[in-house]
Design a binder for this molecule. Structure first.
Ligand code: ZN
Length: 255
């Protein structure tokens, strides 16, 4: 039986994600912004939480961990501490590790930049990428702890995944990202199509994710900092991908 994934809002603009293995009844929460909506989603489905897979130490990703661990006695998987310690971790993971959620396998990719400890979880069998605050739909995370070249390298790791993988990110920032991306590439047809779709989804109060990675590769300007078309739009012909990426991210910070 295929895995089931549920995505729902938490806090102001975070996403909660549950992935459930119908064969073993294992259920993992990807991050835990707050306990309430995660418990509600579990109860709606009749699922029991067995694992929490933490992507990075920020409070809006770990705020619900202690309460959920207390309630379910679940295992907490977290990246190795790089800057801020993540409490309640039972298992520490690093690049290339594989975490089992019942019969499902999550491959760990270190994707630093937003924070130094940031990891993404790739469920190859389910074609699902949980990228938290590294890659957003039509955007990417702010570079807080790492460097721009480090973040660009992390985005390249995610871009290398197949086109038919679905992106589940950490925040509902898509509308804001689309607005910014259109200032850089007003004539990108894939971006225009995504803009229409996002308008429809938001008007219906529906989440804009998951999105298809193949579509992100065409429409997300932050995944295309090595594309000559993007460099030209920024009047940066001949600049390195890292320089173009920095310019994009700094413009977005100011937008
Ligand atoms: Zn964060």
């Amino acid at each position: 039986m295929a895995a089931e994934i549920r995505t729902f809002p938490c806090l102001n603009d975070n996403f909660g994600h549950l992935i459930h293995d119908a064969d073993t009844l294992a259920t993992a929460s990807i991050d835990a912004p707050e306990a309430g909506p995660i418990v509600a989603a579990l109860e709606r489905e009749g699922w029991t939480l067995t694992d929490i897979l933490i992507t990075h130490h920020h409070g809006d990703h770990v705020g619900g961990v202690a309460e959920l661990k207390q309630k379910y006695g679940c295992r907490v998987v977290a990246p190795h501490d790089k800057t801020t310690k993540i409490a309640n971790a039972d298992l520490r993971v690093a690049n290339g590790d594989v975490v089992k959620v019942g019969g499902l396998l999550a491959r760990v990719l270190e994707t630093p930049g937003h924070t130094l400890d940031h990891v993404s979880y790739v469920f190859d069998g389910e074609k699902a990428l949980f990228a938290a605050d590294t890659l957003f739909s039509i955007g990417c995370g702010r570079v807080f702890e790492g460097t721009y070249p480090m973040m660009w390298d992390s985005l390249l790791k995610l871009r290398a995944l197949p086109d038919d993988f679905r992106l589940y990110c950490g925040h509902e920032y898509t509308a804001s990202n689309v607005k910014f991306a259109l200032t850089v590439e007003p004539d990108n047809a894939a971006l225009q199509a995504r803009a229409d779709e996002v308008s429809r989804l938001r008007a219906a109060n529906k989440p804009t994710i998951p999105s298809l990675l193949g579509e992100e590769k065409k429409a997300n300007v932050f995944l295309r900092a090595d594309d000559a078309v993007v460099a030209q739009k920024l009047h940066m012909q001949g600049a390195s991908a890292e320089e173009v990426f920095r310019e994009l991210r700094e413009r977005k910070n100011k937008s």
